[in-house]
Design a protein. Structure first.
Length: 300
């Protein structure tokens, strides 16, 4: 794609969308966001000034970014940010780009913790910190601990917590989430790796080639991280605490079995409920104490 001198915003948008057709299912949206990133204009300004012309530097910058997107680089890594739960997060190649599907966990937490808001929250495998940050904005009296094995990911998360004014309420810890954290927590959340190793080649290029493998893959069947969690969560969850874990498509039943077995081995009985994402997949698996009133709200 090469833009002629004096190209208007409208023409640049059309040219960019054309260049991304076949690469991105959201080609026009991607190009609009790239144009906003290059020009500093808002969505409203971009629409309202279709005849505004790009300068030479802006044109060259936009062309370069469209080329990167056409090669499969995630939009969030190109712009360096992604919105999640109405908050803006820094994103680098060291963390997963926050997904809209993961907002299902926040929705589940708001519902299930309504009667007893958590005072302490543990986020296992925090990545960008999006889950914990969103929860801390919902539960304003809570404090959190963010755990990740990647020092680079934790650095991104720490910057996000600070940028959102949450730094004083969060402790970051660098270790595998199989390693215990001091204390017990009212709410534990995790978006662990859950893709089977054999599925790597079937993933989109923007995931396979650009996102951290340690945050994606979890053994032959994608269940390795859940097995670790099934042994660790009973030790970390408060007596009346709730854990909410993200599940891959079709994994909720296996996760429920693992969790019930793991808790039973440590003398704890639980109930499990699921919440679906917008596509109808069981995305959030919630672990509740059997005495919790919410056990009657079981859904699949």
């Amino acid at each position: 794609m090469a833009l002629a001198p004096g190209t208007t915003l409208a023409d640049a948008l059309e040219a960019g969308a054309g260049a991304l057709t076949g690469t991105s299912p959201t080609a026009r949206l991607d190009c609009r966001l790239l144009l906003q990133h290059v020009t500093g204009l808002s969505h409203t300004e971009l629409i309202g000034w279709p005849d505004h012309t790009l300068g030479a530097e802006e044109s060259a910058h936009f062309e370069a970014l469209v080329s990167r997107r056409a090669a499969g680089e995630p939009l969030a890594q190109i712009t360096g940010e992604k919105e999640f739960w109405g908050l803006t997060f820094e994103v680098t190649g060291d963390v997963l780009s926050p997904r809209p599907d993961s907002e299902t966990l926040i929705e589940a937490a708001r519902e299930l913790c309504l009667a007893r808001p958590p005072q302490t929250i543990l986020d296992l495998g925090t990545g960008s910190g999006c889950l914990l940050a969103a929860l801390l904005t919902e539960f304003t009296q809570a404090r959190g601990v963010a755990v990740d094995l990647s020092a680079a990911a934790l650095a991104v998360a720490a910057r996000n917590f600070e940028a959102l004014g949450l730094g004083a309420r969060v402790e970051v810890q660098e270790h595998d989430f199989a390693q215990p954290v001091a204390g017990r927590f009212d709410l534990i959340v995790s978006n662990p790796p859950y893709i089977a190793q054999g599925e790597r080649d079937s993933l989109a290029v923007e995931i396979r080639n650009y996102e951290p493998a340690m945050a994606l893959f979890a053994g032959e069947k994608g269940l390795d991280a859940y097995r670790i969690l099934s042994h660790m969560l009973p030790q970390q969850l408060a007596e009346n605490g709730i854990a909410i874990i993200e599940a891959g498509a079709g994994q909720a039943g296996d996760i429920e079995s693992l969790m019930k077995s793991g808790f039973a081995a440590q003398g704890r009985e639980i109930s499990v409920v699921t919440r679906n994402d917008l596509a109808g997949h069981a995305r959030a698996v919630a672990i509740l104490p059997v005495t919790d009133a919410h056990k009657s709200t079981r859904s699949h």
